[in-house]
Design a protein around this ligand. Structure first.
Ligand code: SF4
Ligand code: SF4
Length: 520
């Protein structure tokens, strides 16, 4: 499958205005944010405003009676799980028994051009809602519970606890690196068979095995190869599930949200809504809405990016996946452009190494180790400038989340090409999912035009990068104030991070305007 025709030839004339805007907007934005925090500090000093912002700018969707009734219905989750499970069953059937032409097979077209592109948008708007209906773990969950939607007391699992040392994002991060490597270098996106085998081998079988041995959704929390990136990206969403009142939770003895009740299961993700500060682990499964005897759960609409400076409870493992995501998203675009082919050919000639070795080493160095090293050095510099009494760990973790909007916008920009330019391949494939010459809905011979013109698409991509950058500066300022306290020290401590943010934004803009190479 040919990935990307967004740029038939390089056109740098577009980069300049975007870059100038980014550079000029930076001091203006920081100045505005500083003014805002001055006013806020003054308001707090006069006790006219509370520093606790957790309840501000929130609208509880569960206050709408029909939404409340709907989410309390037991079959709600199953109604979404079933169709998605059927779609992925067809992905596996088509991948194994269908044609092996990537752009003619349902497995590759649905998985890489539709699902993988759209799913990133669901994290941005709907938090981890994808995990609620995820077919990859649904089968395992149904087997573990022995129920499709009802509440049972008996679990078909050894119910073991996941080892303490692995209760973090390191395993998902490792699997994510492997999955991306397979995507890039095994031609996953153009191989229906590999797509089906990876779906079975990296997701469905491990999910079933883990669920039959360990408690609840251990797989989603501690193993799933995309669980780490979903957890990180979901923190940007304008949707959150939280408790309504801490006081009610404190006096609640049952803790049915965690333990479960006759109305539903205890939180599959081992979360207690009372202590949840970010969206990182909540899969929006709605079980706690059903089980809480005090109706103390809220499903809030809130401003975008709200979690990104509430990261005190998160560890180095979540911060690391954000930094690696920065590298992986840049590398994904880099590996598709023409100059990359020339550079890797030159590297092969110079070192005498084979193509796969050069590509694998470049991937590990550029997407994983270099971002970690660069970000560590920048954190050291920021701490030196902002205040040495602050721990390096808190600087690294805090600022890593400020880069999440850049990683997300770069990821979205990359995937827009797949969706808008190549995604229309779904039209004929729907009528002939296995490439066997069928015409189920009369669309098999339709050659659909791309949904967006190349030039328009490029503008959308670059605008996304600029928006992501502005979001990063905003979060960076909040993190700096929280980390360094004093206004002047915050500006000084933030400044090296701003330079790095501009560099990443500029790099993304540049890559989007390079001519595409022909890969896969
Ligand atoms: S069951 Fe409800 S009230 Fe009790 S701790 Fe959980 S969310 Fe709070
Ligand atoms: S906190 Fe509630 S909605 Fe979120 S995963 Fe746990 S039970 Fe599901």
């Amino acid at each position: 499958m040919d990935h990307g025709h967004a740029a038939a030839s390089s056109d740098f004339s577009l980069i300049v205005p975007y870059l100038v805007f980014i550079i000029l907007a930076t001091p203006v934005l920081v100045w505005l944010l500083d003014r805002h925090s001055l006013r806020r500090d003054a308001a707090i000093a006069q006790e006219s405003e509370t520093p606790d912002e957790s309840g501000r700018h929130r609208y509880d969707l569960l206050g709408i009676p029909w939404v409340h009734r709907l989410l309390k219905t037991r079959g709600f989750q199953f109604a979404f799980q079933l169709p998605s499970a059927l779609v992925f069953l067809l992905v596996i059937v088509a991948g194994i028994w269908g044609t092996q032409l990537g752009d003619k097979n349902f497995a590759t077209v649905v998985t890489w051009l539709i699902w993988w592109a759209v799913i990133i948008f669901t994290f941005l708007f709907l938090s981890r809602t994808w995990c609620m209906l995820c077919p990859l773990v649904s089968i395992a969950e149904w087997m573990q519970r022995g129920k499709l939607w009802g509440v049972g007391k008996r679990f078909f699992s050894l119910n073991r606890k996941w080892p303490r040392v692995l209760r973090n994002f390191w395993v998902p991060t490792g699997f994510f690196i492997i999955l991306t490597w397979m995507y890039l270098f095994l031609g996953l996106a153009s191989s229906p068979l590999y797509t089906a085998l990876v779906t079975i081998g990296l997701f469905i079988v491990p999910a079933i095995v883990v669920s039959l041995i360990f408690q609840r959704r251990t797989f989603c929390r501690y193993v799933c190869p995309i669980g780490g990136i979903i957890g990180a990206y979901s923190m940007t969403a304008p949707l959150e599930l939280r408790n309504r009142s801490d006081e009610v939770c404190r006096s609640c003895k049952q803790k049915s949200c965690y333990r479960g009740s006759e109305n539903g299961y205890g939180c599959p993700m081992f979360e207690l809504p009372q202590t949840m500060e970010t969206n990182t682990y909540c899969t929006m499964c709605t079980e706690c809405i059903k089980t809480c005897p005090n109706d103390n759960i809220a499903l809030n609409v809130r401003p975008f990016l709200s979690d990104l400076w509430k990261t005190k409870k998160l560890g180095f493992d979540v911060a690391a996946i954000v930094v690696i995501l920065l590298g992986v998203t840049v590398f994904q675009t880099l590996s598709m452009v023409e100059p990359w082919n020339d550079a890797s050919n030159a590297l092969m000639e110079a070192t005498g190494l084979g193509e796969n070795t050069v590509l694998t080493l470049s991937y590990l160095v550029l997407a994983v180790f270099a971002p970690m090293l660069i970000f560590s050095l920048w954190s050291v510099t920021s701490r030196r400038l902002g205040g040495k009494e602050v721990s390096l760990k808190s600087v690294f973790i805090g600022f890593s989340f400020a880069f999440l909007p850049i990683a997300l916008s770069s990821h979205l920009a990359h995937n827009l090409v797949h969706f808008f330019e190549e995604g229309t391949a779904i039209v004929p494939v729907l009528s002939d999912p296995l490439g066997r010459g069928w015409d189920l809905f009369g669309t098999a011979n339709i050659i659909a035009e791309p949904l967006l013109h190349t030039e328009t698409l490029r503008l959308v991509q670059m605008t996304l990068i600029a928006i992501g950058y502005l979001g990063a500066v905003y979060v960076g300022w909040r993190v700096a104030r929280q980390t360094f306290g004093d206004r002047l020290r915050s500006v000084i401590g933030l400044s090296p991070m701003l330079v790095l943010m501009i560099a990443f934004a500029a790099l993304n803009l540049w890559l989007l305007n390079l001519p595409m190479g022909m890969r896969e």
